[in-house]
Design a protein around this ligand. Structure first.
Ligand code: SF4
Length: 381
């Protein structure tokens, strides 16, 4: 929609969301009560306009049409896990015929077998909680990855995994994190946050660290100069208000420690796990989650739609609902696919570029911390 049409639509007297348009344009913070009103509106077009206005207002003019992606490779060293998250389809018991454990050499070989390894910029490393993969394993893994692929950033270990490794070793996260940083760890992924509401956590991930500890570990990483991401896993039976409170908890933490780069609203899948598929998000709810995250998070620069979870087409639509990042090439995604997502396991770089271009945006390859690697102008494919 042309800018004047957008303004006409959102500010017409009969539109109750119009007042938030001016508030966002003027850089005023949206409150919880206002967010609930926006989220509960049926006017999806107006919600998209508010989110896109928030994105545009808070983004420098010369990069406003940029949509970022990263050439990354997912490493999941084991699927054995001691926890029992009801939404997890990835985890296996140690005696399962489908359980696997990768040695450091196995991981290096797996990456070496990837034909495009020389242009990778990120390893995304998350795994199960497994007693035989403690601090020594991860230190050795990070050292080996850095030795073999020195230019590739290591983003790895959720706050849940860090807490597990620290407890396994009889140490604190404060003691473990500097050792892993020294070994090459560059930043933390956003996983393990799920939904912060205690009511929901007691139902679906009772043995995971509570919200406050997840936030504290990210704050700790930020204080050590490491940036991180944050996620929301929706579709677990949470209410819209609980989704909004989750986003607000990230905003509050960011006010204190300032190291979140990207917020990633995810949606649950229901194959091979114990969560009722009746909780599945609609496409509209997915778009509302992206939009409300952008509207509320005036202090987090990027909102990502993970195309692996929502598919390429809804990812394209999400670019009008506050999203400016669609993750990456993702080689060998295992976790969402174990739960039934039917998207492809990887997109080539040219497929990603075309997907962004067809949505009317400028594709930009970035590294983990948003240094620009390449802007894909018309000549580049
Ligand atoms: S979500 Fe993570 S911590 Fe929970 S069971 Fe699955 S692998 Fe384990």
């Amino acid at each position: 929609m042309a800018p004047s049409l957008v303004e006409d639509y959102i500010t017409r007297p009969s539109n109750p969301l119009g007042r938030y348009y001016h508030k966002i344009l003027e850089g005023e913070r949206i409150t919880r009560e206002e967010a609930v009103e926006i989220y509960n509106s049926d006017d999806l077009l107006a919600i998209g306009i508010l989110a896109d206005t928030a994105r545009i207002t808070r983004t420098p003019a010369d990069v406003r049409d940029y949509v970022y992606w990263v050439h990354n490779f997912h490493i999941n060293p084991t699927n054995i896990c001691e926890a029992n998250c009801r939404f997890c389809s990835f985890k296996k018991g140690p005696k399962s015929p489908f359980a696997y454990v990768m040695s450091v050499d196995d991981v290096i070989e797996q990456v070496n077998n990837y034909p495009m390894k020389d242009s990778l910029s990120e390893f995304h490393i998350v795994s199960g909680l497994y007693e035989k993969q403690g601090l020594e394993y991860y230190r050795d893994l990070f050292v080996a990855l850095k030795k073999n692929f020195p230019k590739v950033h290591l983003k790895g270990l959720t706050a849940v995994e860090l807490d597990y490794i620290a407890k396994l070793e009889g140490m604190t996260v404060e003691e473990v994190l500097p050792i892993l940083k020294e070994a090459g760890l560059g930043s933390l992924p956003g996983g393990g946050a799920e939904v912060f509401a205690e009511r929901v956590r007691e139902l679906v991930c009772v043995d995971k660290i509570p919200a406050q500890e997840w936030l504290r570990i990210h704050g700790l990483a930020h204080s050590m100069g490491m940036q991180s991401n944050a996620t929301l896993l929706a579709g677990l039976g949470e209410t819209p208000e609980e989704r909004i409170d989750h986003v607000l908890a990230i905003r509050e933490q960011q006010d204190k420690t300032g190291g979140f780069m990207t917020f990633i609203p995810l949606n649950c899948y229901y194959d091979n796990n114990a969560v009722d598929a009746a909780n599945a998000l609609t496409g509209v709810e997915n778009l509302k989650n992206f939009a409300i995250s952008r509207i509320l998070l005036d202090n987090v620069p990027h909102i990502k739609s993970f195309w692996i979870h929502i598919g390429e087409k809804l990812s394209q639509v999400s670019l009008n609902f506050g999203v400016d990042d669609i993750d990456g090439t993702v080689v060998q995604e295992k976790i969402a696919h174990a739960a039934g997502t039917d998207t492809s396991q990887a997109l080539t770089q040219s497929e990603l570029v075309n997907m962004i271009r067809k949505a009317g945006k400028i594709p930009v390859e970035r590294d983990t911390v948003y240094n620009i690697i390449r802007v894909y102008d018309e000549q580049l494919v």
